[in-house]
Write a protein that binds this ligand. Structure first.
Ligand SMILES: NC(=O)c1ccc[n+]([C@@H]2O[C@H](COP(=O)([O-])OP(=O)(O)OC[C@H]3O[C@@H](n4cnc5c(N)ncnc54)[C@H](O)[C@@H]3O)[C@@H](O)[C@H]2O)c1
Length: 310
């Protein structure tokens, strides 16, 4: 079997690639915009990984997927908090790119596309919590809208050409290889700031609720869903539990045994007040997810940061 990961040097891609390489049941091709972005571990621990440098936009040579059985689509030009600043450009970059990718998948005989969608943004703010896969979808960010549109494109390509797919509506993963740049990933960013004794900026009063999942648990879930064959193609994937930003801050204080310096600033309109996922469909088919508790995940993330980033 041959598997290609598009966007493989990022947070999810790196963790996914490492896990797939450990399993040794597929040839793995990793694609991203710069070879230098790939974690050093791919050359040292997994020399069999094929690393490829390519743009992942409409200028890319879509025939690089030729001969691949499975395509993991992990590409996104933006993130939820900033996407509304460039709605039309955002839709063009992500939706058009995905349509061209799926066309190429059909042309090149790819068997399955695995798309990482967003459990945190496709539903919006009107549906009841915890969010089930069949809840109404009214995204309040263009990021959520592009994810939903790409999901619908997959349905269409399956309808027209029988291209198989899995959609994973992932919540808020955190952990090693996530860049602590303060834009995305509250747990990772706050943990990094705490380790460096820097001030943590919280938008709003810290009551915003999210569904945080340690990356290893998320990767296990992604691979289970990707490999599955049952009547569902779309799955929520998260811890299934809501945790407020204030609770995250307390967990970091407990895990690191230190008092944090926190500055509260005005809340953002792009943040839905609360979001956590119903993962009963996942657990029905793959068994209990049993994600590790947040405090334990923070300790693991901090251990990684001490070794790799500080
Ligand atoms: N991290 C999260 O909280 C989260 C949650 C739900 C869904 N997702 C989705 O999962 C996917 C992966 O997320 P991530 O956190 O690993 O993101 P990331 O930003 O860490 O990684 C994305 C990778 O794709 C590459 N990339 C993006 N656009 C490219 C382009 N035009 N040309 C070449 N390379 C390009 C980047 O260089 C980067 O290495 C994305 O689609 C994201 O929307 C992420």
């Amino acid at each position: 079997m041959k598997t290609i990961i598009l966007g493989a040097a990022g947070f999810i891609g790196t963790n996914l690639a490492i896990e797939l390489l450990k399993r040794k049941d597929s040839e793995i091709i990793l694609v991203d915009r710069k070879l230098a972005y790939f974690a050093k571990t791919f050359n040292s621990d997994y020399p069999e990984a094929i690393l490829m440098e390519s743009p992942l936009d409409i200028t890319m040579d879509f025939d690089i997927i030729k001969g691949c059985d499975v395509v993991y689509h992990l590409v996104s030009s933006n993130m939820p908090t900033t996407s509304n600043q460039c709605v039309s450009q955002d839709l063009e970059l992500n939706v058009l790119f995905s349509a061209k990718l799926f066309e190429s998948c059909v042309k090149n005989g790819v068997k399955k596309v695995v798309f990482i969608s967003s459990g945190g943004t496709v539903y919006g703010k009107i549906s009841e919590l915890p969010l089930k896969e069949d809840a109404q979808t009214y995204p309040i960010t263009s990021y959520g809208l592009q994810k939903l549109t790409i999901e619908k494109l997959l349905y269409l390509y399956n309808y027209m050409f029988n291209l198989d797919y899995r959609i994973i509506r992932l919540s808020n993963p955190y952990g090693p290889y996530q860049r602590p740049n303060g834009i995305l990933g509250a747990v990772t960013t706050f943990t990094y700031k705490a380790l460096k004794d820097e001030e943590i900026i919280v938008y709003g009063d810290g009551s915003v609720v999210r569904d945080f999942i340690y990356i290893d648990d998320a990767i296990r879930g992604i691979i289970n869903i990707a490999d599955s064959d049952n009547k569902y193609k779309t799955y929520n994937l998260g811890s299934g539990k809501g945790t407020s930003i204030c609770e995250v801050l307390t967990s970091i204080e407990n895990a690191l045994h230190k008092k944090l310096s926190i500055k509260y600033v005005e809340k953002r309109t792009v943040d839905v007040p609360a979001n956590y996922l119903d993962i009963s469909r996942y657990e029905k088919f793959f068994g209990k997810l049993n994600p590790i508790p947040l405090e334990e995940g923070i300790k693991k993330t901090a251990d990684y940061m001490r070794k790799a980033l500080l």
